[in-house]
Design a protein. Structure first.
Length: 164
C-alpha cells in the first residue's frame, strides 16, 4: 500500500498522460487538415503511446491496492499557427511532462517510497527518449518548412513510424 499523497500524485499523472494523448490526437487531426498524412500518423502513434503511459500508472496503482481516480481531461487546442508551431508545442509539452515526473520522483524520495521510486525510473528514461524524439522532429521540420518538396519528403519519412 502506498501513501495517499503518492497515490493522489500518481492519479494526477494519469490525467497528464491522458491529456498528452488528447493533445497529440488533436495535433494528428490538425495535420490531416494540412494534408500531412505522415505527421498525422506519427502523432496518432504518439497519442497511443501516451495512453500506454497512463495505463502503466493505472496498473501500478491497482497492484498497490490504491484507488484509481480518473479526473476530468481538459480540452486541447484544435489548431496551431503552422506545423512548426505544433511540433514546438509538442516539444515544450514533453519538457513539462519531464518536470512532472521529476516532481513524482522527489515525492517518492521524501516519502521514502522505494517501490514507487523504482517504478518511476522507467518514466525517467522514457522522458529522455520523448524529449529527444520531439526535438529531433522539430529540428527537421525547421529545416524543411520553407521547401515544399523537402517537407513532403519529410512527411513520407515521418509516416514510416511503426507502433512499438
Ligand atoms: Fe508520457 Fe510523452 O510523455
Amino acid at each position: 500500500m502506498i501513501d495517499i499523497k503518492m497515490a493522489e500524485a500518481l492519479n494526477k499523472q494519469i490525467n497528464e498522460e491522458l491529456y498528452s494523448a488528447y493533445l497529440y490526437l488533436s495535433m494528428s487531426a490538425y495535420f490531416e487538415t494540412l494534408g500531412l498524412n505522415g505527421f498525422a500518423k506519427w502523432m496518432r502513434i504518439q497519442s497511443k503511446e501516451e495512453l500506454g503511459h497512463a495505463m502503466k500508472i493505472y496498473d501500478y496503482l491497482i497492484k498497490q491496492n490504491a484507488e484509481v481516480k480518473l479526473l476530468q481531461i481538459k480540452e486541447p487546442p484544435h489548431s496551431w499557427d503552422s506545423l512548426t508551431h505544433a511540433i514546438e508545442a509538442a516539444y515544450e509539452h514533453e519538457k513539462y511532462i519531464t518536470g512532472k515526473i521529476n516532481e513524482l520522483v522527489t515525492l517518492s524520495e521524501n516519502l521514502n517510497d522505494r517501490a514507487t521510486n523504482s517504478f518511476l525510473q522507467w518514466f525517467i528514461d522514457e522522458q529522455v527518449e520523448e524529449e529527444k524524439n520531439t526535438y529531433e522532429l522539430l529540428r527537421k521540420v525547421k529545416m524543411a518548412e520553407k521547401h515544399v518538396g523537402a517537407l513532403l519528403t519529410l512527411d513520407k519519412q515521418v509516416g514510416e513510424r511503426e507502433e512499438d
